[in-house]
Each structure stands twice: as structure tokens, then as C-alpha cells.
Write a protein that binds this ligand. Structure first.
Ligand SMILES: Nc1nc2c(ncn2[C@@H]2O[C@H](COP(=O)(O)OP(=O)(O)OP(=O)(O)O)[C@@H](O)[C@H]2O)c(=O)[nH]1
Ligand SMILES: [Mg+2]
Length: 455
């Protein structure tokens, strides 16, 4: 992406009460002056002061009232000169203003997705981890995901990575100096110091890699499938977890025939909840097709809520169906309708999966279900939010660093400074790719193309 020209886009979601058109680049003031006019000129106003004026286009000299604000670089979001026009919202009004900004005599270029943040990165306003976190922030589907993104925007991950980067760069400098001045003693550290240092860095990197699991869950959410025999209460539980009546519930077995998918937030974990057709011998063609889809969904599930009807006469059948179809992946067995069973706990058989007893109808046991869900997802007690949760891109690069560090220990221990330097450079390059210190343009394009337009 070119960074020399002036770009513009609507930064706000379409349809709101106000729309903001951001213009960024060396010609931002001139471009805005062709589109907006007020009693005071933007170029004469003090930085970051809102001025009232109106949008003037070629066809419409008495245009809509609009506020304008000038943020001279480098103290702007992008680091360029920026002008923002705040005009009436609504799709048409905002588009008309953007169109005027693009087509006027000093017209700007329409910004690509993520291009404002790309410029902020290129202008050194933020590193790549912070820029990526801006996208995470917009896409966050839970409080925890939001906090994590905010911490990454604040530079928590950047600082840890930069710290390792600096330590390894210092070590590389020593290795190179040992190669160049092998005969002299220039007060170098001894090999034990190197090893301790690398071990410390290794531990930090290992912790970051481990946080990738949380990063994946918080960024992508997880797919939870509600499954079970007909009438076990899957749709009732879906409705309860969503907090509204999404699915039809009746006492006829085989009510749900197709897959229903909704997003929700269970204990800060973003989830895609999938309600499915009850699994049994199908009674007709349509039900059979629905059951095939249920089985397909189970294959893609990252967690399964398997509903068992505790009130039926045939508990073994309920369990057998589960063992045949649930798979082994994070299944929670849920005895539902315990309200309809007398002294239920005495008769319910043991099950190999984590098990809870609930009543959707009377809202019993739902907290216990969510407790189990949390434990199953995080795999260990998760009382505190992790400090950082790296993305898959970061984790892959960190794994490269982690793999090469033992080689650094080995080669420094045997005073093979040349080879140590080779390994150190590889580790440094991978860390630099995380923060964007050294990264190829196509990787950058790929990262920013996933942003929305206007960010
Ligand atoms: N007593 C009692 N009845 C319940 C409970 N949960 C659901 N039901 C009833 O069980 C019946 C079936 O509920 P659904 O939610 O439609 O069950 P389902 O598993 O989605 O059924 P299919 O879509 O046919 O596979 C309805 O009449 C519900 O009111 C519960 O906790 N206790
Ligand atoms: Mg149903």
C-alpha cells in the first residue's frame, strides 16, 4: 500500500446518527477544504478543535451542516495530517460526503481496509502487535477478549517481545565480537551467563506460546453443539442460554429438524451455539436429513452439551446414544428434567464424561453447567485473566524462536560463535516479524486486509 497519497473512508458504521469521514495524508487539509466550508478555515484553526460548517459539493452549495476537526501529523491516529468530517449519519448522507471528498479537485483516494492503521504502523505510531490488537478490539466478542485486546494495544506483548529481542541482539553482538577479536579478552560474559539468559528467554517464549490456546478461543470463539435424543430439552437449553426464545420447543419428539446457530457469551467465552435435531432412528426422510446434519455438526464441535432426559424410563438408551455419537472431544453430559424425577440422584448411572444435573424448566443447575463448561474449555482453573493471549501468527513465529534457542545454548557452550550467531539471527528475525521490525510487504498486506474499511 502506498503511503504518500491522501486517503479517505467512512470510519463509522453505516446507519448511525452521525458519520465520520476520515481523510489522512499530506493533502488532507486541501482535500477537506474542497468539501467543507465554515466561517473559520480549518488551516487557520488550532489543532484538534471542532469547527462548525457545512458540506459543499459541486451540485449542492447549501449542503448539510457538518463539524470538521484538523489533527496535524504526527499527533494523529495515522501519524499523517488528518481531517475528520462529522456529518449526518445514514447511508446516503455519509456516502455523498465521501463521494465529494473523493471526486473533488483535490480528491483523495478511497482507503483500503485497515489502511489508516497500516499508516499508523508505517509511521511508527504503533508496532505490528498493537496494530493487530486494534482489529482484535473491534472483533472482541467477550469482556475478556476486549481486555486482552486493550492490553495488547497498550503494548504489553510488544514490550515482552522487544525485551527478548534486545537481549538476543546484545548476545549476538557479543558473539560477533568474539569472532572478530578471538585473541583478546574484551570483558565478555562467561558461557554460564549466556545459558541462564537463554533459559530465561525460553521460559518467557514458552509461556507466550501457551497463551495461544486462549488467544484462539478468545479471538475465534468455540463451537458448542447441543445434542441428544429427541425431547431431551436441547432447544429449551438453547433458549435459556441465549436469554430469548430462538428455537421452537414442543413436547413432540423430533421438533427441531434443522441446524440452528446463534452466537452467545458463556462465562466470557465467545461461543457459537448449535441446536440440532434429536438423534434416533428417523421416522421420515426430513427427520433423517436433520439427523445427518446433527452428526455432521458433532464432528465439527469443539465442545458438546449432550442432553439426557432424566425423566424417561429408558436411561440406558439415552446413554448409549451419547456414547455412540458424542465423540471424545470436550463432552459434558447433562441430565435434564431433574425436576420431573423423584430422588433422581439415586438412580442416575455414572457416565465417563463430566456430568451435571439440571432442570431447564426450573433453571436448576445452570451455574454448575457453566462452571463445568469453563473448566472443560480452559482445561485448568481460570480465575484470572491471562496477561496476554497471542494469535496463531505470533505463536508460529514464537515456536521458531523456541526451537532455535537450545541450539544457541549448545553452540555458545562449545564456543562455536559463528554458528551461535546464525541461530541468534534466526531467533531475532522471528521476533522482529512479530513486532513488524522486519516483515515482508505481502505478509503485511495479508494482515491489514482482514481489517474493516475505515480502520
Ligand atoms: N419437566 C421438564 N420438562 C422440560 C425441561 N426442559 C424441557 N422440557 C420439556 O421437554 C419437551 C422437549 O423440549 P425441547 O427443548 O423441544 O427438546 P429438544 O431436545 O429440542 O427436542 P427435539 O427438538 O424434538 O429433538 C418440551 O415440552 C419442554 O417443555 C425440564 O427441565 N423439565
Ligand atoms: Mg429441539
Amino acid at each position: 500500500m502506498n503511503t504518500d497519497d491522501t486517503i479517505a473512508a467512512i470510519c463509522t458504521g453505516l446507519g448511525g446518527a452521525i458519520s465520520i469521514i476520515r481523510i489522512s495524508g499530506t493533502e488532507a487539509l486541501q482535500t477537506a477544504a474542497e468539501t467543507w466550508s465554515g466561517t473559520r478555515k480549518l488551516s487557520k484553526s488550532s489543532a484538534r478543535t471542532m469547527l462548525l460548517g457545512k458540506i459543499v459539493t459541486d451540485n449542492d452549495q447549501t449542503g448539510d451542516p457538518a463539524l470538521a476537526v484538523y489533527m496535524p501529523g504526527p499527533n494523529s491516529y495515522t501519524g499523517d495530517d488528518v481531517v475528520e468530517l462529522h456529518c449526518h449519519g445514514g447511508t446516503l448522507s455519509a456516502r455523498r460526503t465521501l463521494n465529494a471528498v473523493i471526486t473533488n479537485a483535490n480528491g483523495a483516494r478511497m482507503a483500503e481496509p485497515g489502511e489508516f492503521t497500516y499508516r499508523a504502523f508505517m509511521n511508527g505510531k504503533m508496532d505490528l502487535t498493537q496494530a493487530e490488537a486494534v482489529a482484535d478490539l473491534i472483533n472482541a466478542h467477550s469482556e475478556m477478549a476486549l481486555h486482552m485486546a486493550e492490553r495488547q494495544v497498550d503494548g504489553v506483548l510488544k514490550d515482552i517481545v522487544n525485551n527478548c529481542y534486545t537481549e538476543l541482539t546484545d548476545l549476538l553482538a557479543e558473539c560477533e565480537s568474539r569472532m572478530d577479536f578471538a585473541e583478546e579478552d574484551l570483558g565478555w560474559s562467561n558461557q554460564q551467563v549466556y545459558q541462564d539468559k537463554i533459559n530465561r528467554i525460553s521460559q518467557k517464549i514458552e509461556r507466550l506460546i501457551a497463551s495461544g490456546r486462549e488467544g484462539g478461543i478468545l479471538r475465534n470463539g468455540i463451537r458448542v453443539v447441543l445434542a441428544g435424543r429427541p425431547n431431551s430439552g436441547k432447544s429449551s437449553l438453547l433458549n435459556l442460554l441465549l436469554g430469548y426464545d430462538r428455537a421452537i420447543v414442543t413436547d413432540l419428539p423430533g421438533t427441531t429438524r434443522d441446524i440452528l446457530e446463534e452466537t452467545a457469551n458463556l462465562r466470557n467465552i465467545p461461543v457459537k451455539l448449535t441446536d440440532t435435531a434429536g438423534i434416533r432412528e428417523a421416522t421420515d426422510l426430513i427427520e433423517g436429513l436433520g439427523i445427518d446434519r446433527s452428526k455432521q455438526s458433532l464432528k465439527q464441535a469443539q465442545a458438546v452439551f449432550w442432553l439426557l432426559d432424566a425423566s424417561t424410563d429408558n436411561l440406558t438408551e439415552e446413554i448409549d446414544e451419547m456414547l455412540a455419537h458424542a465423540g471424545n472431544n470436550k463432552v459434558i453430559a447433562i441430565w435434564n428434567k431433574i425436576d420431573a424425577v423423584e430422588r433422581h440422584s439415586l438412580i442416575l448411572p455414572d457416565i465417563i464424561f463430566p456430568t451435571v444435573e439440571i432442570s431447564v424448566e426450573q433453571q436448576l443447575g445452570i451455574d454448575e453447567l457453566l462452571d463445568k463448561f469453563e473448566t472443560v474449555v480452559w482445561e485448568y482453573p481460570h480465575d484470572e485473566e491471562p496477561e496476554v493471549a497471542v494469535s496463531a501468527r505470533h505463536a508460529a513465529l514464537l515456536a521458531e524462536v523456541f526451537a532455535v534457542l537450545p541450539e544457541v545454548i549448545e553452540t555458545t557452550a562449545s564456543s562455536d560463535w559463528e554458528l551461535a550467531a546464525v541461530h541468534l539471527r534466526a531467533a531475532i528475525a522471528a521476533l522482529g516479524a512479530i513486532t513488524g521490525e522486519n516483515i515482508t510487504p505481502d505478509v503485511l498486506d495479508n494482515i491489514f486486509s482482514r481489517f474493516c474499511i475505515g480502520k
